[in-house]
Ligand binder design. Structure first.
Ligand code: APR
Ligand code: PHB
Length: 393
């Protein structure tokens, strides 16, 4: 098979890249190891920055998001048993976030690709990438038991943190930066009306907790745990009991409880591979960088990467101008590192440190006090949380 761009991975990065390339008149084939059902039902992130929302709308895949997404103008930071609202909208001159599950974005993108006769090969295996140090890269795989080779001009490495693309780059050509945190998040999806209209980030002596949502009747709630926490140790009753403690306020706040329909533990890390390119293989999204979820940046960074990559490729096909492609990594990394800093900062302000001392907790409370009383500090948080406009980075 032959196409212009071979894309490994049908997550948000790979699918959005394929969609944006299509709008530029560039053909691509996406290959994915999991089934369509798996990628459409996998519960992941859920907060879209204004820029990501604008990109989805401008590229014609925002219809359902506009109808079903929940627009939030603020978030709450809770500590010392009190809530403090950060007014994102007012502090950023009118930017908001949209709560809309990553798997919903994935469904919308798959629909758009298939409607435009785009090719996505699901359930493939033995994927490997070749020849990207020359002019004719290829992706080899097995599909329905048959070997297949896709020859292309470029490869989009959009196969997530555990994919094959990044490890296929010679080790001495990449530099990895990594920080692993000594905690994880235990997340649940519950059939319960969210007890707050906006997201609540709570710093509590027992550990961090976050109240988010997927709809007016579905709560998505997380609590800080060990990175290797055993789910068996957390029957639903224990989860709710712990969550109620961590969200307590002097005014008697209670979460609404309901049937837990999904439960999982995520370890937390910060990771960047530089550069995000080798020859004709371009890494995008989680394949190139991971952020801890506290800043809600992962999906948004993936979208920002492929926005630049699709433009750079369009410039190459249209004008044979490789300038933007050459600068791809450099252009992405500025936003990536900005998000790395913000995500690390939010994480260290909100979580109980491993074997945390009373000093650390007091320091966090002082920082939270600053962020919720100084307009300058709150504006900094709001700008980063709502996301920097694409023109800025
Ligand atoms: N061959 C083909 N596909 C692969 C391979 C492989 N060898 N390895 C992994 N994949 C697929 C995965 O099954 C997954 O569907 O690549 C896809 C990568 O998707 P994501 O992990 O969702 O990564 P990305 O598209 O970069 O999106 C980043 O995902 O983890 C969240 O918070 C993160 O929201 C962010 C988003
Ligand atoms: C989510 O809804 O899954 C979510 C929200 C905010 C975060 C992380 C995850 O910071």
């Amino acid at each position: 098979m032959r196409t212009q761009v071979g894309i490994v991975g049908a997550g948000p990065a790979g699918l959005l890249l394929s969609h944006l390339l299509h709008l530029e008149g560039i053909e691509s084939i996406v290959v994915e190891t999991h089934t369509r059902r798996h990628v459409e039902e996998r519960i992941r992130a859920g907060v879209l920055e204004q820029g990501t929302v604008d990109l989805l709308n401008q590229s014609g895949v925002g219809g359902r998001m506009r109808r079903e997404g929940l627009i939030h103008h603020g978030i709450e930071l809770r500590f010392n048993r009190r809530g403090h609202r950060i007014d994102l909208f007012e502090l950023t001159g009118g930017r908001a976030i949209t709560v809309y599950g990553q798997h919903e974005v994935v469904k919308d993108l798959i629909d758009a690709r298939l409607q435009a006769d785009g090719q996505i090969l699901f359930s493939v295996d033995q994927v490997s990438v070749h020849g990207f140090d020359g002019k004719s890269p290829s992706i080899r795989l097995r599909s329905a038991g048959e070997p297949l080779e896709i020859v292309c001009d470029f490869i989009g490495g959009c196969d997530g943190f555990h994919g094959v693309c990044r490890p296929s780059i010679p080790a001495d050509a990449l530099r990895n930066y990594e920080k692993v945190y000594p905690f994880g998040w235990l997340g649940i999806l519950a059939e319960a009306r969210p007890a707050s209209e906006e997201l609540v980030y709570s710093n509590h002596e027992r550990g961090f907790a976050l109240l988010s949502m997927r709809s007016p009747v579905l709560s998505r709630v997380y609590l800080q745990c060990r990175p290797d926490e055993e789910l068996e140790e957390w029957p639903d009753d224990r989860i709710w009991e712990e969550l109620q403690l961590r969200f307590q306020t002097d005014e008697g706040f209670r979460l609404n409880e309901g049937r837990v329909v999904q439960k999982g533990v995520t370890a937390m890390r910060s990771f960047v591979a530089e550069p995000m390119q080798y020859g004709r293989l371009y890494l995008a999204g989680d394949a190139a960088h991971i952020v801890p979820p506290t800043g809600a940046k992962g999906l948004n960074l993936a979208a920002a990467d492929v926005r630049i990559l699709s433009r750079a490729m369009a410039n190459w096909y249209r004008n044979r101008d490789g300038g933007l492609l050459e600068r791809y990594s450099q252009l992405c990394l500025r936003r990536v590192w900005r998000a790395q800093h913000f995500s690390w900062w939010m994480t260290s302000m909100m979580h109980r440190p491993d074997g945390g001392s009373e000093f650390d907790h007091r320091r966090q409370l002082a920082e939270l006090d600053n962020v919720t009383t100084s307009r300058a500090a709150a504006t900094n948080l709001a700008e980063n949380y709502a996301g920097l406009p694409f023109e800025v980075i």
